[in-house]
Ligand binder design. Structure first.
Ligand code: ITT
Length: 201
């Protein structure tokens, strides 16, 4: 087993990723473990390219296997916004949610559908190789916040089948169904089995 750098400064992502990959790496490091200067500018036109840029820059800098996550929320009624600009939709999670609720003010229940998407880029600097993993989950945007777990838009992202917001789930429950959890399950399978197709596909 080896060390893995998670090329993120987002504590919520770090916690979820560590939880799901526990036992598959000796230790996990996030960019918060390193003294300033390692944040990568996300200026690429897609999630995948942003994730790849983060993984490459950090992996090459430290010469350690690196996993990066680029993710976002796409709201049907907003033509897919905020999308890749999700983290820049406001300065804090609270501001981002306030803006989202304001933009959806007056939008009916049936038009509040949304999808969370997560792209993971895994880069191995010694081998000079990389792999991508993807996951998504559909839900709908509520009118007010519910729950204290998770991060980001979780308190207003409802999963109709569960009758709960993503912030009402434990980390394990969220990882079982979320966009990131699904991408991580594919990554975890890849670590154990290589590039064989997962079962039931
Ligand atoms: P890093 O780039 O350092 O990983 P970030 O927060 O800037 O951290 P992104 O650029 O990928 O990450 O932006 C993702 C944003 O999308 C994030 O800030 C949230 O607003 C939202 N988001 C992504 N996954 C989410 C989740 O599981 N729950 C709630 N909101 C999420």
């Amino acid at each position: 087993m080896d060390d893995l750098i998670l090329a993120t400064t987002n504590q919520g992502k770090f916690k979820e990723i560590k939880e799901l990959l526990a036992g598959q790496f000796t230790s996990f490091h996030s960019l918060l473990d390193f003294k300033n200067g390692y944040e990568v500018v996300e200026d690429q036109p897609s999630y995948a390219e942003n994730a790849w840029k983060k993984a490459r820059k950090i992996g090459d800098r430290f010469n350690i296997d690196t996993l990066a996550d680029d993710s976002g929320l796409e709201v049907d009624a907003l033509n897919g916004r905020p999308g890749i600009y999700s983290s820049r939709y406001g300065k804090t999670d609270a501001e981002r949610i306030d803006r989202l609720l304001a933009e959806l003010d007056g939008v009916e229940e049936q038009n509040r559908g949304a999808v969370f998407k997560a792209y993971l880029a895994f880069y191995m600097p010694v081998e000079g190789r990389g792999y991508f993993f993807y996951g998504s989950i559909r839900g709908c945007i509520g009118r007010e916040r519910k729950g204290r777990g998770g991060f980001g838009f979780d308190p207003v992202f409802f999963i109709p089948e569960l009758g709960k917001s993503m912030a009402e789930l434990t980390v394990e429950e969220k990882n079982r169904i979320s966009h990131r959890g699904r991408a991580l399950a594919a990554f975890s399978h890849f670590l154990k089995r290589g590039l064989q197709a997962p079962p039931n596909r």
